[in-house]
Design a protein around this ligand. Structure first.
Ligand code: F6R
Length: 242
């Protein structure tokens, strides 16, 4: 795992975007896995800027997202569908047919999961996967547990994740308690894995990921230690805790 410590969130976002752009320019068709949340937001702005400056095009980009809340309208401000369109897809020339986001239909959850796994099987290994990390070490919504899902599943969010994500909602009660998430095998099925973490709140997870010498299911990000070509991109605050 290569660790890159950046001076701040802005620098981290710029470097992250440059890593993606470099990989994108190598391929005729680029398959990318994307994350939501506050961490990659600014990086998406830099990708949009690169598109506007005609450095990159998304015409031949195929994108798959990690997760979506269960029980939230896809037009709701907190839905990950809306997040992706607002923060990236509406601003670039991606073909809407090449966008895949978990779509949990409340009365057909099992079918929704099967469908997404079928899509992932069809797409296969991505060229690059962007991952954020929860304060508790979750990647996608694979929460600390005594077992980790390999494939897409409907998962219960942990109390600490609900608390952390309540910053986007009016109250903690409004945060969905379930999500549909790629499993660990799918979330890490990529040639390059770009893990990003920013701010003091991520210090515990960053330190643990760097130092862990075991795969610890109570710390899901530790599975990244089994993977080659992982880049951990952090800002100083997340790295030092100060
Ligand atoms: C989001 C996702 C989550 C987040 C993580 C960090 O698609 O899969 O694992 O990456 O919860 O969220 P932020 O970036 O908001 O701190």
């Amino acid at each position: 795992m290569k660790v890159v410590v950046c001076k701040d969130y802005n620098e981290m976002s710029k470097i992250g975007a440059n890593i993606i752009i470099t990989e994108m320019l190598k391929k005729d068709v680029f398959k990318i896995g994307l994350a939501t949340g506050s961490t990659p937001k600014k990086m998406y702005e830099y990708l949009i800027e690169a598109y506007e400056n005609k450095v990159i095009s998304f015409k031949n980009v195929l994108s798959v997202n990690l997760d979506e809340y269960v029980g939230i309208d896809f037009n709701d401000n907190n839905s990950y569908h809306k997040f992706m369109f607002d923060n990236l897809f509406n601003h670039v020339d991606i073909n809407k047919e090449n966008i895949f986001i978990p779509t949990p239909k409340e009365n057909e959850l099992e079918k929704s999961v099967e469908e997404y796994n079928r899509i992932l099987d069809k797409i296969g290994k991505r060229n690059l996967q962007v991952l954020g990390m929860g304060n508790n070490g979750h990647i996608a919504f694979n929460e600390p547990s005594n077992k980790l899902n390999l494939r897409t599943s409907v998962v219960n969010l942990k109390k600490e994740t609900i608390e952390a994500n309540s910053r986007f909602f009016e109250s903690e009660e409004e945060v969905p308690t379930k999500a549909m998430s790629m499993g660990i095998a799918d979330a890490t099925n990529a040639d390059v894995i770009l893990v990003m973490a920013s701010g003091k709140g991520k210090h515990y997870a960053v330190k643990k990921l760097i130092n862990t010498e075991v795969v610890d299911l109570e710390f899901p990000a530790s599975v990244l230690k089994l993977k080659e070509n992982v880049i951990l991109l952090v800002d100083k605050e997340a790295y030092s805790g100060e």
